[in-house]
Design a protein around this ligand. Structure first.
Ligand code: FHN
Length: 455
């Protein structure tokens, strides 16, 4: 499947590229410590003590409607909430444990409140679920050292996934995590996926269900990205980076802070232009961006997140057609200007660097342009052709917007690259550039006659 060819994407999953931008929410009792979602393990906390703080956790300011409003204000069109992270604490009313928000101090089913509020706001909903549960000795021992304990633990996992997909309506995306160090056979992942598809035939399942040990070049252990396999998983999950998967949907998950996913007191925040850069890069490569927020212990989304992502929402209200339902891009060399994103026969130039010159020169693009518009202001641009070079005229000296201005090129047919520009520097056939160099001559000296070999 070529993920940028929409005709190759099953209808039931077309919503994914249509949405392009989602909210990742890492929230749990670890927000009480305020040092990220992994504090239990990373600081080797006493499990009993952690359990007490988790059971006493009562985030009275949690209001899923407000979270949904923040997501919409950011231009996000779906969300994924951690139902249970590696610490084992459940944010829903599980019938398989009392270690949950429903059975402890909060007395609420946060997953129910989340799915209802986000759906009501017109957003699609995803659930994150960690296979790992750091409380359970059998998780650490594994089947080879505790076969009975492992079987009980694995049944617990399968039962919880079943109840999450049975009791909360249509779930659009399921985000497994924490497969390490077990493989897909040990998790019985093929059986798990079969059950999930029976319950929710249209669901998108990610690739973090453990590695397939006998698959070609399978790593021995799942990496930090959960260990991926082509056989399992409808979409790839590059984490902290933006790397396309050539043959399936993919979604880059990124933090809006400097490092941690869960709420961290004193964390630093990425600015709106950095966040937009990630969104534009993901779209230009044909993937989604799942941008994370860690709400605080009382259930409030940090003001810094609201402030910076609202700027993206404002940008998307003007330029969203360049992102939503896009089909990748990267047609030809553009790195000195920004990103290219394609939709049908339209090519969007997302300009990261506005240098103030009156015209923009595109030397690698082959396109018959019917109309060129500065999408940011609606101003028409004049198009000229000098041999193979396309020149867009009429640009202002000052950038027309705080973030990235966008130029929309409506082409008569699908835009393509010129031969030299059909690959990037350090890629493709180097000989495609020979004539370009030859046009200057062979000498290493400037100004010498033809034939000098520089001796
Ligand atoms: O260990 C987790 C981590 O805490 C976080 O949830 C990220 C989000 O993708 N996933 C795992 C690390 O790859």
């Amino acid at each position: 499947m070529n993920i940028t060819d929409k005709s190759m994407i099953p209808d039931k999953w077309k919503w994914f590229p249509e949405c392009r931008f989602g909210m990742f929410i890492h929230w749990g009792p670890y927000s009480r410590q305020g040092r990220g979602e992994q504090v239990l393990f990373r600081e080797h906390l006493n499990q009993k003590e952690y359990e007490k703080t988790a059971c006493a956790w009562n985030p009275t300011k949690f209001n899923a409607k407000k979270w949904a409003e923040t997501a919409k204000s950011a231009g996000m069109r779906y969300a994924v909430l951690t139902t249970r992270h590696h610490d084992g604490f459940c944010l829903w009313d599980s019938q398989y444990t009392n270690y949950s928000t429903a059975k402890q101090a909060a007395g609420r089913d946060f997953v129910k409140e989340y799915v209802e509020a986000f759906r009501k706001a017109g957003l699609r909903v995803g659930l994150y679920y960690s296979l790992a549960d750091w409380r359970i000795p059998a998780y650490w021992e594994g089947p080879e050292n505790d076969s009975e304990g492992w079987s009980i633990f694995r049944n617990y996992i399968h039962n919880q996934v079943r109840e999450l997909l049975s009791n909360y309506g249509i779930i659009d995306e399921f985000w497994f995590d924490g497969a390490w160090p077990r493989n897909a056979y040990e998790w019985d992942s093929f059986k798990l996926v079969d059950m999930m598809r029976d319950l929710q035939p249209n669901i998108l399942i990610n690739n973090r269900l453990g590695i397939i040990p006998d698959a070609d070049n399978a790593p021995k252990f799942a990496t930090g990205e959960g260990g991926t396999s082509k056989e399992l998983g409808d979409f790839g999950t590059p984490e902290h980076h933006i790397t396309p998967e050539p043959d399936r949907l993919w979604e880059s998950c990124q933090v809006t802070t400097w490092r941690l996913w869960g709420y961290a007191i004193g964390e630093r925040w990425r600015s709106a232009d950095l966040l937009l850069d990630m969104l534009a890069e993901s779209a230009s490569k044909g993937g989604n961006l799942l941008l994370n927020v860690g709400p605080n212990a009382m259930g409030e989304i940090p003001e810094e997140f609201k402030r910076e992502t609202a700027k993206l929402g404002k940008w998307l209200r003007i330029h969203g057609e360049a992102i939503y339902d896009s089909e990748g891009g990267d047609i030809c060399e553009m790195v000195t200007r920004g990103y290219q994103v394609v939709k049908g026969n339209n090519l969007y130039l997302i300009i990261r660097f506005w240098d103030g010159s009156e015209s923009l020169r595109l030397d690698g693009l082959k396109a018959n342009i019917r109309r060129a518009t500065l999408l940011t202001t609606g101003k028409s641009l004049k198009v000229e052709y000098e041999n193979n070079v396309i020149i867009l005229n009429g640009l202002s000296s000052q950038s027309p917007c705080d973030l990235f201005p966008v130029i929309k090129l409506e082409c008569v047919e699908h835009p393509t690259p010129l031969p030299w520009a059909n690959a990037r520097l350090w890629e493709g056939d180097p000989r495609r550039m020979t004539s370009w160099a030859k046009a200057r001559g062979e000498s290493v000296f400037v100004g010498k006659s033809e034939g000098d070999n520089g001796a």
